[in-house]
Design a protein around this ligand. Structure first.
Ligand SMILES: NC(=O)C1=CN([C@@H]2O[C@H](COP(=O)(O)OP(=O)(O)OC[C@H]3O[C@@H](n4cnc5c(N)ncnc54)[C@H](OP(=O)(O)O)[C@@H]3O)[C@@H](O)[C@H]2O)C=CC1
Ligand SMILES: CC(=O)C(=O)O
Ligand SMILES: [Mg+2]
Length: 417
């Protein structure tokens, strides 16, 4: 990062007031009468209603449009385990994105827990304050158990964004990239560098989209996950292949797809050169990708290149999913976010990229021409169609699959935002 960008980023977070969010009132609080309604004595009435029927909380409090972004800071972007407090800018950032893109109120919560059990206990104890829980930047393998336990224990949807948000956007982008490259997901050889939260969920959802498990080679920091490994947990074990390949050097030979959800600068130009014709490279580590786009393009002119960043073409980032999937889930009061809702989100996101791009998006991206192709495989996060299209698809899937507790919303489709 250049010194000027570094300083601009720090200034952005420090000014005009520290942080990126504030709280605003939705009801009048000026007069004695206002106060007697907002607080004592009036506030006792909704209390009594909610005590009689917990569902009344959706009518009398902000719960139904409030999502907590919760982390323990154990896998902050690709920066590693830097602890809960250091994760706060990212979590505030996710809350900003919830508000900006889906008008969902959101607060960040950084939990300093000594163990996964303590984390689970803490989140479970506060979950009912919110309409949904977005878990963020929790490292594998703990994240799997944490999410499973919280889905079981919490009365509201729990969604580990680094797993499922990432997987939804990655698969949407991959289907489009392969279409452009003239390849089929059921036939391509994939290398996934990383075997953590994002990698595991991405590869699982790739299978649901038609990829073949025997065509996926997953690697962790010690190399290829193969059936001879005795140092891997059960989650990685699911991806163990019976193969002679041991290193990225071995696996990359002739691969059609490289998916990086690991760390910076781990794919070399030499390795990229040895991929198949018309390869797809998703170097999704944030902020620094597994290979820099400048380097990748300097050695191949037949590739589709994506990163997790906003400042290159083809941003593969869970921001394209989590605000919108939660919007749909909240609006039908879904009890959980299930596979049907995830697949519906993939399809809705994927399809938008095929359509002409609104002027507002082009202007927001410096006037650059955008049309479906190698440098435009996914809609931009500011695309106003994401909210109505993805939320509607998710809400419809929730209703049809039985996850919804309310009917398909009468006020849908939402206005573009
Ligand atoms: N663009 C996007 O939307 C998203 C991007 N990401 C990015 O993906 C990365 C991983 O995040 P997440 O899955 O949440 O984190 P986890 O901590 O759960 O997983 C990290 C994985 O990366 C592997 N890894 C680390 N160093 C290397 C290496 N040198 N070679 C191969 N593998 C390595 C780890 O290996 P081991 O198991 O051996 O420790 C681990 O399997 C981050 O960079 C993050 O920014 C994540 C979510 C969304
Ligand atoms: C984008 C994101 O969630 C991550 O890099 O962790
Ligand atoms: Mg994350």
């Amino acid at each position: 990062m250049t010194e000027s960008l570094r300083q601009a980023a720090l200034d952005y977070h420090a000014l005009p007031t520290p942080g990126k969010l504030s709280v605003e009132l939705t009801t009048p609080a000026q007069t004695q009468e206002d106060l007697s309604l907002a607080y004592s004595p009036g506030v006792a009435e909704p209390v009594r209603e909610i005590a009689k029927d917990p569902e009344a909380a959706y009518l009398y409090t902000g719960k139904g449009n409030l999502v907590a972004v919760i982390s323990n800071g154990s896998a902050i972007l690709g920066l590693g385990n830097l602890g809960p407090l250091a994760s706060k800018p990212v979590m505030e950032g996710k809350s900003l994105l919830f508000k900006r893109f889906a008008d969902i109120n959101s607060v960040d919560i950084e939990v300093d827990a000594n163990s996964p059990e303590q984390f689970i206990q803490t989140v479970a104890a506060i979950a009912n304050t919110f309409g949904g829980i977005n878990l963020e930047d929790i490292k594998a393998p703990e994240c799997f158990h944490i999410e499973e336990a919280l889905i079981e224990r919490c009365p509201v949807p729990v969604f580990h964004d680094d797993q499922h948000g990432t997987a939804i956007v990655t698969v949407a982008g991959m289907l489009n990239a392969l279409e452009i490259q003239g390849k089929k997901i059921g036939e391509v050889r994939m290398v996934c560098l990383g075997a953590g939260a994002a990698a595991t969920a991405c590869c699982k959802l790739m299978l649901a989209a038609g990829a073949k498990k025997e065509q996926i080679t997953m690697l962790d920091s010690r190399g290829v996950i193969h059936s001879g490994r005795t140092d891997i947990n059960a989650y990685k074990g699911e991806w163990a292949r019976d193969t002679e390949m041991r290193t990225l050097d071995d696996a990359i030979e002739g691969a059609d797809v490289f998916l990086g959800v690991s760390g910076p600068d781990l794919l070399s130009a030499e390795q990229l050169k040895r991929m198949a014709d018309r390869p797809v490279v998703f170097a999704c580590s944030n902020p620094n990708p597994e290979i820099k786009p400048e380097l990748a393009h300097s050695v191949r002119d037949d590739l589709i290149m994506a990163t997790g960043r906003s400042d290159y073409p083809n941003q593969v980032n869970n921001v394209l999913c989590f605000p919108f999937i939660f919007r749909g889930a909240l609006d039908v009061r879904a009890a959980r976010i299930n596979e049907e809702m995830k697949l519906a989100a993939i399809e809705a996101i994927r399809k938008i990229a095929h359509l002409p791009v609104p002027d507002s998006v082009r202007e927001g991206y410096g006037g650059v021409e955008l049309s479906f192709g190698a440098d435009y495989i996914l809609p931009k996060p500011i695309d106003p169609r994401l909210l109505p299209e993805v939320a509607a698809a998710v809400a419809r899937a929730a209703v049809d699959s039985g996850a919804a507790r309310l009917p398909y919303p009468a006020h849908y489709p939402l206005a573009a935002k």
